[in-house]
Design a protein around this ligand. Structure first.
Ligand code: AMP
Length: 296
């Protein structure tokens, strides 16, 4: 089905209102494009909660640091349109920067607490950029169900918080992480990896699976488990930014001396070569990223 393509913010807002007035309900999937199967799973999830799916594609400059990859972030609008239409999206919103950040733009949305942990200290300003652009997109879309991936677990929690705090008429739904057969989480940034870096990155799902297995077997010592995961990364020559066990809702980390609870999140950020990769698993709830016996 051909999707309606909109690039003007005012037109997008008016069209969303028009659709609702006609009795449609909207499922919103905000993305930065270079879409893959993970994004498509979000589109299909959106279709289960709403009568029409709206995908937004916007590489948001304010969430990138000065030394990050804004300029070279992968872009493939033609491919994105094809994939969205095949997955059943009805509207695709591709605003330009000047329409999202108007001349004289002076407003930022800042979520505190949740953003102090995990990626927060390593990417100053990142979550302000995310919270701001998502608030703008939700303000334009209006009442909807918005789908976000648990791949960006901290981002999901930040968005849940801002929707609550700002009384936005939006229901946020988190979608499980979509992985390759060998366990690597799908990410637009995987395109940066050389084949050798891609092989090394497999230590991520392996280490997370090891942590799931040990936690299931009763290992509750945060420091011991953390050391295991760090050692697996070091052995694979992945540079560790953080390996943290955190509370699933507050994201407050458990100290190395702490005893881990039945359910907690193991979140990691590592570099394979120059590419920064993040991943996570909810210990006590999620299946291991690498299912024993599955083909790799
Ligand atoms: P991005 O375009 O990378 O900013 O991601 C757009 C949305 O897709 C976010 O809600 C991400 O969490 C989600 N997403 C990206 N990769 C995956 C994945 N492998 N599994 C599930 N959701 C994902």
């Amino acid at each position: 089905m051909k999707a309606r393509s909109i690039s003007s913010a005012a037109e997008f807002q008016a069209y969303c209102e028009e659709l609702r007035a006609k009795g449609q309900t909207l499922g919103l999937v905000p993305t930065m494009g270079a879409l893959h199967e993970g994004h498509m799973a979000l589109v299909r999830e959106a279709a289960q909660h709403a009568t029409l799916v709206v995908v937004t594609i916007f590489v948001n400059p304010t969430q990138f640091g000065p030394n990050e990859d804004f300029q070279r972030y992968p872009r493939d609008l033609a491919g994105d349109f094809r994939k969205c239409e095949a997955a059943g999206a009805s509207v695709i919103f591709t605003p330009n920067v000047e329409d999202m950040y108007l001349p004289g733009d002076a407003t930022r949305v800042q979520v505190s607490g949740l953003t102090e942990h995990l990626c927060g200290p390593f990417r100053p300003g990142h979550f302000d950029g995310v919270a701001t652009v998502v608030t703008k997109l939700l303000a334009l879309a209006g009442r909807c169900v918005a789908i976000f991936g648990r791949k960006d677990y901290q981002q999901l929690k930040v968005i849940e918080r801002l929707v609550l705090d700002l009384h936005l008429p939006v229901r946020v739904v988190g979608h499980p992480i979509v992985r390759e057969v060998d366990g690597l989480a799908l990410s637009s940034r995987n395109a940066y990896l050389s084949s050798e870096e891609r092989v090394r990155a497999l230590a991520i799902p392996k280490a997370l699976s090891l942590a799931v297995a040990e936690h299931r077997a009763g290992q509750r010592h945060s420091g011991v488990l953390r050391e295991r995961v760090v050692a697996a990364f070091t052995e694979a020559e992945l540079r560790v930014e953080y390996v943290s066990f955190v509370h699933p809702e507050t994201l407050v980390p458990y100290a190395d001396e702490a005893e881990l609870p039945q359910v907690c999140v193991l979140a990691i950020a590592v570099f394979s070569g120059k590419t920064r990769l993040i991943d996570n698993v909810v210990l006590g709830l999620d299946a291991p990223p690498i299912v024993p016996g599955a083909r790799g």
